[in-house]
Design a protein around this ligand. Structure first.
Ligand code: PYR
Length: 383
């Protein structure tokens, strides 16, 4: 029996440990079976078919539910599957407000479905108090936040938006992918639903694609689980098992990630080739005070712009030898992305401009390599 009130770090490290009463395996086994026998006619067991429920996937869901402080969790095959599932909560007459600088894949799905008339949609800059107030007065059904946002690390005051959203009976969804529950728990700030791409920090090794939805309200959790089963977007057992393995080191990894990020940030901030840097840990970041209040760490994602625009970006990216040019983030290895042509290429150029994502912007996911090697690589590529 686990201790009551376990610390998050213990929950992450020990989920399912020593639960196997048959063999005593310390690490929980993978339940790869697609189907489960009925005990007798009309007597289904706890699981009947792996799309609807699977013991390995349920174990990961329970851990994420506990880490986010929710009532229910559903684990999906991808982060976009998690978003797809939550969007089922809105119908053609419902308005969704979404943060204007969200992940390009989220933007693409919201925009495509709004065009098909599945719901009404407005993109809003939640850092603009007047725009946020006006938008919320339109009585949305869902408010979709990312804080920090991808890729500009804008910080939204989650508690403040939730308070205003409650007045108009809107549900607030927060994409917590950039921080993970180790650094931010949006439900404790008043959000109704949290979504994750578990591909990122939660798994942490860039070898699994996955997603999760955690809700504060058990009934909403049931509705979401129903949709995930109905749509067929739940995760495979093996992926859930690998993600559980990654989750065990989440807190330890993030400590290293953040240590490196602070040093890399210092280096970039002082470099003459860097014209702008976006990291909520910098006191000059406009969201620094809010981040300090609502997060328990500043995370390991940062963005920066180079003097010399796109030509300088090309030269710099070709010169990198340790940091890898690739989409995604949150793995132990450092990855760099050029949002305009990679993660946010699906956004219309106008929407990208409005969100402040220029051609000279680079997004860095700082890994856990030696800080010395990361800085040396940046230094030689910038020179
Ligand atoms: C990103 O790189 O932002 C993705 O979610 C793939």
């Amino acid at each position: 029996m686990p201790l009551p009130d376990q610390h998050a770090q213990t929950i992450a490290a020990r989920t399912g440990v020593d639960c196997d009463t048959q063999y005593g395996s310390v690490i929980p086994p993978i339940h790869m079976s697609s189907t489960f026998s009925f005990a007798d006619y009309g007597e289904a067991r706890a699981h009947d078919y792996s799309r609807s429920g699977n013991p390995t996937r349920d174990r990961l869901a329970d851990a994420l539910r506990d880490l986010e402080g929710g009532a229910a969790a559903t684990v999906t095959a991808t982060g976009m599957a998690a978003i797809t599932t939550v969007l089922q909560l809105a119908g053609p007459d419902d308005l969704i407000l979404a943060t204007h600088d969200c992940y390009g894949g989220t933007f693409r799905l919201l925009d495509a479905w709004a065009r098909q008339g599945r719901f009404q949609l407005s993109f809003v800059d939640f850092n603009d108090p007047a725009a946020a107030r006006e938008a919320l007065a339109r009585r949305p059904k869902l408010v979709w936040l990312e804080s920090p946002s991808n890729p500009l690390l804008r910080i939204t005051d989650i508690a403040q938006v939730c308070e205003r959203a409650r007045e108009v009976e809107a549900r607030v969804v927060v994409d917590n992918t950039f921080l993970s529950p180790a650094l931010q728990q949006p439900l404790s700030l008043g959000a109704d639903i949290v979504v994750h791409s578990t591909t990122k920090y939660i798994n942490g090794h860039s070898d699994v694609i996955g997603g999760a939805i955690i809700s504060a309200d058990p009934q909403a959790g049931e509705e979401i689980a129903w949709w995930a089963n109905c749509l067929g977007v739940t995760a495979a057992a093996f992926d859930a098992w690998l993600t559980l393995r990654g989750l065990r080191t989440l807190h330890a990894r993030l400590a290293l990630h953040q240590e490196n990020t602070a040093r890399v940030c210092e280096f970039l901030a002082d470099h003459p080739a860097v014209s702008k840097i976006y990291y909520p840990g910098l006191t000059s970041h406009p969201g620094h005070a809010i981040a300090r209040r609502q997060q328990s760490g500043f995370g390991a994602m940062l963005s920066f712009e180079l003097e010399g625009g796109e030509a300088a970006v090309r030269r710099f990216l070709s010169g990198l030898r340790c940091i890898t040019l690739a989409e995604s983030l949150g793995g132990v290895e450092s990855l760099i992305a050029h949002p305009a042509t990679m993660t946010h290429a699906a956004m219309h150029p106008d929407a990208r401009r409005r969100a402040g994502i220029g051609d000279g912007l680079l997004r860095l996911s700082v890994g856990i390599e030696s800080t010395r090697d990361l800085i040396a690589d940046l230094d030689q590529a910038l020179s």
